[in-house]
Design a protein around this ligand. Sequence first.
Ligand code: ACO
Length: 420
Amino acid sequence: MAEESLTVRDNRTGDEVEIPIVDGTIHATELKKLGLMSYDPAFLNTASTRSSITYIDGDAGILRYRGYPIEQLAEQASFLEIVWLLFEGELPTQAELDAWQDEVRMHTYVHTNVEQFLDGFRHDAHPMGMLLGATAALSTFYPDAKEIGDEESRRLQKLRLVAKFPTIAAWVFRHSRGLPYVFPRNDLDYIGNFVNMTFEIGGQHEPNPVLQRALEILLILHADHEQNASTNAVRGVGSTQVDPFSAVSAGIAALYGPLHGGANEQVLRMLDEIGDVKNVPAFIEGVKNHERLLMGFGHRVYKNYDPRAKLIKRVADDVFAQTGIDPKLEIALELERIALEDDYFIERKLYPNVDFYSGIIYRAMGYPTDYFTVLFALGRLPGWLAQWEEMLSDSEQKIARPRQVYTGYDERDFVPMAKR
Ligand code: ACO
C-alpha cells in the first residue's frame, strides 16, 4: 500500500478504495469509485484549483504574491509592478516596467459611447452597480475579446482592462457627483491619473504625494487574495469560456456583497450608527448576542490578524497626519480594543480584516462611503485577471459545474388548476 494514500472503506458494502494523497489533498472524483460524492457547501474544505499566484497561511497571518511577502511589496513596489508580477510571475526589470507603463498609458481612453452609457444611470445609482454594468458593456466594444484561446488576444484584453478600469471607476465617481468626466492624462502615473480623473475641478487638482502613495499601498494590499468569493466568481464564469470583460463583471458583482468587498462600506455605516465611543460596549453586546455582525471582523482563512489590516493601520497614520484625525477612527480603535480582549472574539479567532480600517482611510481621502468598494475592485482587478489566465491555461480545469444532493419530491403527477 502506498504511504501517501488514504484508504476509504464503505461500511455498508465493505468496498474499499485507496486514494492517493497529493499535496495534502485527495481528488474528490476518486470517491466515485464507491458511488459517492463529497458534500461541501460554501467550499469550507475544498480546493478548486492548483495555483502559483498567492500564498496565504491564515493561522500564521502570512500573505505572499508569487512568493514575495506582502509587507515588502507594500513597502517597495508600485501598483503596476504588482500587476506585472501577478500576470508574469516575476518582478519586471526596469525596461519591462517602463514598457508596461507606456502600454497601459496607451490604452486608458474608453470609447466615447461609454460616456453616454454612464449618463443613462440615475444620479443616485450605486457606484458598484455602475462599475459592474459598464465593465460588462465593455465586452461589446471588443468582440475580439471572445478569442480566449489566443494568448496575444488575452494579453491585450488584460491590458485594456487594467488601463481602462481607472477611467471607468473615476467616471462612475463623477457621475455620482454630477460632474463632467475628466479624460485620462498620459503625463501622470497610474495612481496620479486616477486621482486626477476623480478630483480635478476646472482643470485644477493639487496632487498630494502622501495620499497617492497611501492609495497605491491600499490597492497593492487588495491586488490578489487567492480563491476568495469574487475570484471564484471570475474563474467560475470564465470557465464557460466567456470573454474576460464579462467574467470580471461577475467578480465585481461578487465583490459588491456586504460579506465580501462591500464590508468596507458597511464598516463606515456601522461606525456612523455607533456614533460615539461610549456606545461601543452596548454595540459589542449586540454582536455577542448574534443580533448583528461586527463588520470588518472575521475571515474565512485568517484565524489570526489579517496581515493587510496591520499594514493598513500604518497607512492610516500617514493619511491622518495629512488630513487630521477622523473621529470614526477613535470608535474603530475602541471596537478593536474591546473585541480583541473579549472571549467571544478570541474563541472564534475573529480579528480585524482588510476592510476594518480601509473605509476610514478612503473617507479621509475624500471618497464617499458608497464608493469604497469600487476602490477595492480597482485593486483586485489584476488578481482576477491573473487567476482567469491561470484557469484557462490549466489543463485540469473544465467548465465549473458543482453537483448537488437532491432533497425535493419524487416524481408526482401535475395537478390541474381546478384541483389545487
Ligand atoms: N461578527 C460577529 N460574529 C462573527 C463575525 C463578525 N464579523 N464573523 C464571524 N462571526 C461568528 C459567527 O457568527 C460564527 O459564530 P457561531 O460559531 O457562534 O455561529 C463564527 O464566528 C464563525 O463564523 P462563520 O460565519 O462560520 O465564518 P465564515 O468563514 O463563514 O465567514 C466572514 C467569514 C463572511 C468574513 C464573516 O467573518 C463575516 O461575515 N464577517 C463580517 C463581514 C466582513 O467583514 N467581510 C469582509 C471579509 S474580508 C474581505 O472580503 C475582503
